[in-house]
Write a protein that binds this ligand. Structure first.
Ligand SMILES: NC(=O)c1ccc[n+]([C@@H]2O[C@H](COP(=O)([O-])OP(=O)(O)OC[C@H]3O[C@@H](n4cnc5c(N)ncnc54)[C@H](O)[C@@H]3O)[C@@H](O)[C@H]2O)c1
Ligand SMILES: [Zn+2]
Length: 382
């Protein structure tokens, strides 16, 4: 190994996975250190930067500049923005371009983008020549606190989201908080739901800190860095204990069983971003926990209040076009939840709360109770 690169302003979170361990480097302008850091761990390697058109417009040039500055030869692969690229067609485009760029076993794939690019590029790296290392440069808040960490990669099947994929841990994650300045505000807010999730599921003190400091997180600066680092530490700790989601990692799905059903009911469209579905799902999970007597109504109301305060949707009725299609129908939502990966033999697995900061995996939730709960929620008039 060459001497470690020193960057005093960066926060480094290690994901402790033995020989697959890696660092998440978090801070303003840490992107400028990408080339140096890669050259330090992979002298002589070439790199292919995979990104989408939106991200390319803002961040491809500085990315290529830091790589060139460190003497790294690069090629670029640009896909269309959006979930439509996380498909067999998108994978074919990227894989063929990687082969054409002569990326070999000791070279690197760099994923510069949000969760779509990270999942697609990571999966392409996992299967190119039976596995090439890759570096994540997440450019959305969701990607910085969630999708770039933990090694889940993949594409969607026409039959469902994320059904085709592989575990492939990155070599390094560079989360530059300044990159988020060009993110549309609604995208940033949706990612914030995943930040709040770490507080709700495992860290009440962090949730309290967010209640007091959310404005600073949205503005940028130190509060944003602290929120991202705390979220990454939480995810890294869980992933290190349960890399393949045989147990505890499922806690990260808090709000997601309800949320995925809502995303499916709205056709995975711009009517509801993933994080927005998670926000509503988290409130439903808290309220369902209260209905089961596991937490107080006041605790559930506290979760709802904070998410609403930052401008996230928190009720089913907040979704654009609520009342159309299957959204306002408990039976239709139950059917969508039953199609979720987390279903085993007719019983639904939910992540529920014993307190704010203490989530538990409930593997045996009776569908009828969920149905009655949803029916009551759908009947509320605002
Ligand atoms: N692998 C995992 O563990 C994991 C976890 C959560 C979600 N995901 C996946 O992540 C995907 C969602 O990721 P996402 O929310 O980041 O969406 P995304 O990648 O589609 O990005 C959202 C939008 O923001 C644009 N964008 C990205 N960075 C930008 C920037 N800095 N400035 C301006 N525009 C920018 C993109 O072009 C896109 O239009 C889903 O496919 C989901 O399944 C994966
Ligand atoms: Zn999520």
């Amino acid at each position: 190994m060459t001497a470690p690169v020193k960057h005093p302003d960066a926060t480094v979170v290690n994901v402790a996975l033995g020989e697959r361990a890696y660092d998440i480097v978090i801070g303003r302008n840490v992107l400028a250190s990408l080339g140096e850091r890669i050259a330090a761990v992979r002298p002589g390697a070439r790199a292919a930067v995979i990104t989408d058109r939106n991200v390319a417009r803002h961040w491809l040039q500085p990315t290529e500049a830091t790589l060139a500055g460190a003497g790294i030869a690069t090629s670029r692969i640009i896909v269309e923005e959006g979930e439509g690229s996380k498909t067999y067609a998108g994978l074919e485009q990227v894989s063929e371009a990687l082969v054409a760029a002569r990326i070999e076993r000791n070279d690197l794939v760099i994923a510069l983008g949000g969760g779509v690019v990270g999942d697609l590029a990571g999966f392409a790296a996992a299967i190119l020549r039976r596995g090439v290392d890759f570096v994540q440069v997440p450019t959305t808040l969701l990607a910085q606190v969630d999708s770039s960490v933990g090694g889940k990669t993949g594409i969607n099947s026409p039959q469902g989201k994320n059904l085709i994929g592989a575990f492939h841990q990155p070599l390094l994650v560079i989360a530059d908080t300044a990159v988020l300045d060009t993110l549309p505000p609604r995208q940033f807010r949706a990612g914030y739901a995943e930040v709040a999730k770490y507080g709700v599921l495992g860290d009440e003190a962090f949730f309290g800190w967010l209640e007091a400091n959310h404005a600073g997180v949205f503005k940028g600066g130190e509060a944003r860095e602290h929120a991202i680092a705390t979220s990454c530490r939480a995810k890294a700790a869980i992933v290190a204990r349960d890399e393949r989601e045989t147990g505890e990692r499922a806690l990260l799905n808090l709000g997601h069983t309800f949320g995925h059903a809502l995303e499916a009911a709205t056709g995975f469209s711009d009517r509801l971003f993933h994080g927005e579905g998670v926000a509503i799902g988290m409130v439903l999970a808290a309220e369902f926990s209260a209905a089961l007597g596991m937490i107080s109504q006041a605790a559930a109301a506290r979760v709802e209040r904070h998410l609403a305060e930052v401008g996230l949707p928190t009720h089913l009725q907040d979704i654009a076009g609520f009342g159309q299609e299957g959204l306002a129908d408990a039976d239709a939502l139950m059917t969508l939840m039953a199609q979720d990966k987390k279903v085993r033999r007719g019983r639904l697995t939910f992540i529920l709360l014993e307190a704010i900061g203490r989530a538990v995996i409930a593997r045996d939730v009776e569908p009828a109770r969920v149905h009655d709960f949803l029916q009551a929620k759908l009947a509320v008039q605002f």
